[in-house]
Design a binder for this molecule. Sequence first.
Ligand code: 5AD
Ligand code: SF4
Length: 441
Amino acid sequence: MNQAKKLYLETFGCQMNVSDSEKIVALMKGIGYQRTDDPHHADLVLLNTCSIRATAEQRVYGHLGKFKSIKGGRPGLIIGVGGCVAQQEGEKLLKKAPFVNLVFGTHNLHLLQKMVTAAEEGRRSIETDFLDDEKRFDLFPLSDSEGGVTRFVTVMQGCDNFCAYCIVPHVRGREISRSAARVVEEVRALAAAGVTEVTLLGQNVNSYSCKTPGEPGFPDLLRLVAGVEGIERIRFTTSHPKDISPELIACFAEIPELAPHIHLPAQSGSDQVLRRMNRGYTRADYLAKVAALKDACPEIQITGDIIVGFPGEDEAAFQETLALMEEVQYADLFSFIYSARPGTKAADYADDATRAEKQGRLERLQAVQKKTTLARNRSLEGTVQRVLVEGLSSSGDCLFGRTGGNRGAIMDGDPSLAGRVLEVRITEGLQTILKGEILHV
Ligand code: 5AD
Ligand code: SF4
């Protein structure tokens, strides 16, 4: 009997890449590859890469070195690089890493089977053209999912915002939305396969279909997805503060399936920095949207992203960011030191803060957030939360799930409860997790 060929796949970066990797696994299955966790036994190694910060990009080259040495002892090994670094580097990557067989950009997953087959026959290939149609969304048999009760569903891709620091519009291309009918079709197929939670995914979901006359906008899409039989919970990410409309905010009060959580990256609390970042909103605009969200949905949990050390950020501007955090009370915050990306507007800005100053700001900010996160988790003690059970916890001795507010929770219970939304009383709020007990099944 033919033994299945083995795929070793590594994914870097954002949720869009995680979602693309799910598609890659399904596509490779279609041409006879089964996944392995051990690159030493692989016939095909694929890296799905991220270039959002220089560190993410350097990591890719570090990993490629590792696979080069594995290939030394296993000459037939096919190595492919996809995602944002592949998009950005293109031909350069093939030159810098001659042991790489194929390079595929962010719009080229639909060509991947053909490219791998060519590599099996000894041909190298590269595909990095941008597509302006829906072809890139619709790739694989939907019911062929890897299991699990929660899945991403891509609703739009690309970004037209050109924030001054951001490489995404350069490597993911212009915004394109998928038709609502295709989104609903995918959600139905997932629900039929046992999925109970979907996260609608896009670089800027709030501008979903803005450029496609006649198609429903994002609030209508949420209503359509909420109507799919079997879907108990909907999330979406990522939102741009300038594009979140009163109608979308009202959805948090109106649609019971919409989880009370929003990821709303502020990036900075200083108007001067926000202007230089080309974010299109002021600190006051951002805070007004946060207030409206809390008004519509008092239990909403807000998470965000902050960049420290953006060119021109001084201590006073940084203090404004800390004050904004104080006011918003983020449930969790992702924070980064600014990293200049080639081809972006800010790459030309004079950058005067020292590395030590930036590192210091990051540490101070993270210390503030750590206290807020713990306080917020503690404040949930004694409350009853609706937890979607995802399965066994990583230690394997209890169940893991998420509250509507997207806080991780562990509790005792039977693994057969996976996929159910249950009432759980929170007994302890720790720094990174909640502990709870199931009230009834
Ligand atoms: N440097 C540092 N952080 C960045 N991000 C995006 N571009 C950069 C950059 N050049 C952060 C933003 C964004 C998150 C995904 O990554 O905070 O919201
Ligand atoms: Fe990047 Fe700004 Fe687009 Fe987000 S909205 S992907 S930060 S350019």
